[in-house]
Design a binder for this molecule. Structure first.
Ligand code: BG6
Length: 479
């Protein structure tokens, strides 16, 4: 018997701001990403006030999918993808975010994309918001600090649900809604919620207010979506970097248990429909005054998700008596007291490579929530070299993907986890989120563009393209 269901959703994952380009085409407005410069490993991206002439903004052009989508989708079809997870740029539909009428040209663009995908039998899986808030909402309203932004988001969600209701079945609300728990890196609150912090503010208190508003926005979107089409399948999307205890010392175990609340806070609310006790206790102890409106309890209860989509790239470790600051541990999810795992290697960008951690994650999430799971991001960011014959032998990437797919199949076949699909991140090379680089490549298709924006944008299939094609063909039997 095949280990995976015949409808298993093999696919690829992308985000509008990282690959579409066309940042000022088709009536699109500026998003929070359009004022982010390129950084690199160890050098943070800068968020500028406006677009400055002497600075480079890699998301403006992405890989120019906006103008090349037919060629790219044909390649996805050739790869046999059964689904494509991508996002809708909010700024294509509501350029400033607070308009009452949507931008028809933006809606038409996604009609074209969806139709083109369906032509190749590729199921669209759409993220409503993948770090794409209109800049205007961030600057003039303070992003999700402001409850009005919840209404604007819901208007946007309703508009696209209505428009694509007969063509799209799978949706997710906010990408990696929980990565902003790491307040040590300002880009996370900015990209997720359009929020910047004043110097005298307690980042954690701001975060939980923002989180509340965003959880309400997510729940309202789920309820609206199900009203518009009861056959929609709507999930949340979290980043899951499991936190291991360093040892069997009970203090390390407890340290990890507490640290893991950073991972579970958002999904606990989105799945259960109410706040977990540990969060309420923490608000009380810290004197946090999180503003609720009447009816919020009901909204959360009625807007729970039907599946959990998550990204998995790495794991991390905490040790109770290690004294490291959050700032030293940005890569590990901004955790204090985290240490390197002596049993596993890291990528060039310092991301721990841990396939067993994926099986572990699938078990932990499934046991905690009992909902179908969907791995919507997993992949290996690294540089690529062309060989003399013009091919790209990306064996390291293949090895990474193979081991993670094996671990996922074990979770299904041996542990009984309900897994809907697997979509490797950056199925085609795109701009890196954290660093803005092009050379941190995840793609199975190479794009000729460098960190400074030079290159022909030519697409070349890597060895992993052919390998993944066969994985899909054999439904994961041949790895
Ligand atoms: C996730 C994001 O955090 O990780 C993606 O959802 C991102 O947008 C991906 O690209 C990989 O991160 P990076 O920084 O290597 O591009």
């Amino acid at each position: 018997m095949a280990k995976l269901d015949k409808n298993f959703l093999w696919g690829g994952a992308l985000a509008a701001n990282q690959f579409e380009g066309g940042y000022d085409q088709g009536g699109k407005g500026l998003s929070v990403h359009d004022v982010m410069t390129a950084g690199k490993h160890g050098k943070a991206r800068e968020i500028t006030e406006t677009i400055e002439d002497d600075k480079f903004y890699p998301n403006h052009d992405g890989i120019d999918f906006y103008n090349r989508y037919k060629e790219d989708i044909a390649l996805f079809g050739e790869m046999r993808l059964k689904c494509l997870r991508t996002s809708i740029a909010w700024t294509r539909i509501f350029p400033n975010g607070d308009e009452t009428e949507p931008n028809e040209e933006g809606l038409q663009f996604y009609d074209n994309i969806i139709d083109e995908l369906l032509k190749y039998n590729i199921e669209p899986v759409l993220t409503l918001s993948h770090f794409e808030m209109p800049l205007h909402l961030a600057r003039e309203y303070g992003g999700f600090r402001n409850r009005k932004v919840v209404d604007y988001f819901v208007r946007f969600a309703e508009t696209v649900f209505n428009r694509y209701k007969d063509k799209v079945k799978y949706w997710m609300t906010f990408n990696e809604i929980n990565n902003q728990m790491d307040t040590s890196n300002p880009i996370f609150l900015w990209t997720n919620s359009g929020v910047t912090l004043a110097e005298d503010e307690d980042p954690e208190e701001v975060l939980y207010q923002v989180a509340h508003n965003e959880l309400i926005a997510s729940a309202l979107a789920v309820s609206k979506g199900k009203e518009i089409n009861p056959d929609f399948i709507i999930g949340n999307m979290i980043s899951h970097v499991p936190i291991y205890p360093y040892s069997c010392n009970p203090n390390d175990i407890m340290e990890a248990e507490i640290a893991n609340r950073l991972r579970f806070f958002f999904p606990d609310v989105q799945v259960r429909g109410y706040y977990p006790g540990y969060a309420l206790k923490m608000f009380e102890k810290n004197g946090y005054d999180i503003k609720w409106q009447e009816g919020d309890d009901e909204i959360l209860k009625n807007g729970t998700v039907e599946y959990i989509a998550f990204s998995y790239y790495m794991s991390t470790v905490v040790k109770h008596d290690e004294v490291t600051s959050v700032e030293d541990n940005v890569v590990n999810g901004g955790l204090p007291n985290s240490v390197k795992n002596p049993y596993i290697k890291e990528s060039q960008w310092g991301w721990a490579i841990d396939p067993v951690g994926l099986r572990y994650t699938l078990n932990v999430l499934y046991n905690r929530y009992q909902l179908p799971l969907f791995i919507v991001e997993n992949g290996f960011g690294t540089t690529d070299e062309f060989k003399e014959d013009g091919t790209i032998d990306d064996q390291e990437r293949i090895d990474y993907l193979r081991e993670h797919i094996k671990a996922s199949i074990q979770a299904v076949d041996e542990d009984g986890v309900d897994l809907m699909g697997y979509t490797p991140w950056g199925i085609i090379d795109i701009v890196s989120f954290t660093t803005g680089e092009m050379k941190k490549r995840y793609g199975l298709i190479h794009v000729d563009r460098d960190n400074e924006g030079n290159g022909t944008l030519k697409r070349t299939k890597k060895n992993s393209f052919y390998w993944f094609n066969n994985v899909i063909k054999t439904n994961g039997e041949e790895l």
